[in-house]
Write a new protein. Structure first.
Length: 185
């Protein structure tokens, strides 16, 4: 067995980082199914692929569906919580509070509806795969690895991920509470 050089390992790590699932997409203006990812930037909460059409030069930025799912759930939970506080209590919410709440709903829609529409405008070619030839840029930490892992999955997994995290968090909190109560009271 050949001795592995540090460089090899580094290269493998880079391939792993640059290997999130990507597909070829159909270009909206020229309809050619030839758009490939030319860059992948990992932002704090999701990543963005830039696609370029070799035929007409059109470019577009695509957020993976799983991350759209995470964004929709997190936003939806925050709004539900806010709405609950707003409408559950005694009396009527003020006009200002209602305006802010409506504004937040519109902001959530303004963020995610265009991202969803881009997936429709530039549909992925079924069963295609487009390797990204350059390493992913941006955040390289644990969160980035988690983002890339989740983004290999679909919209539904994305929608459920925040709920799974909350359950895990509550589970750990309950366990700590239980241990504390059982052994240290
Ligand atoms: Zn094109």
């Amino acid at each position: 067995m050949a001795l592995r050089k540090h460089g090899d390992f580094e290269l493998e790590l880079n391939t792993l980082r640059a290997k999130p699932m990507t597909k070829i997409r159909t270009c909206a203006p020229c309809k050619k199914p030839e758009m490939s990812p030319v860059s992948h930037v990992i932002k704090p909460f999701h990543s963005v692929y830039e696609y370029k059409c070799p035929n007409c030069g059109e470019t577009t930025e695509i957020v993976p569906t799983a991350s759209i799912g995470v964004g929709v759930t997190v936003g939806g939970l925050a709004l539900t919580f806010w709405g609950f506080i707003l409408f559950w209590g005694p009396g009527y919410p003020s006009v200002l509070a209602l305006t802010l709440f409506a504004g937040a709903i519109l902001a959530l829609l303004a963020i995610w509806v265009p991202e969803i529409l881009k997936h429709r405008l530039y549909p992925a070619v079924p069963n295609s795969s487009a390797p990204l030839n350059i390493p992913s840029q941006g955040n390289k930490g644990l969160i980035a690895k988690l983002i890339v892992l989740i983004e290999k999955m679909g919209f539904l997994v994305g929608l459920l991920t925040p709920i799974a995290f909350i359950m895990m968090f509550l589970g750990i909190a309950a366990l700590i509470g239980y241990i504390n109560f059982t052994f240290f009271e």
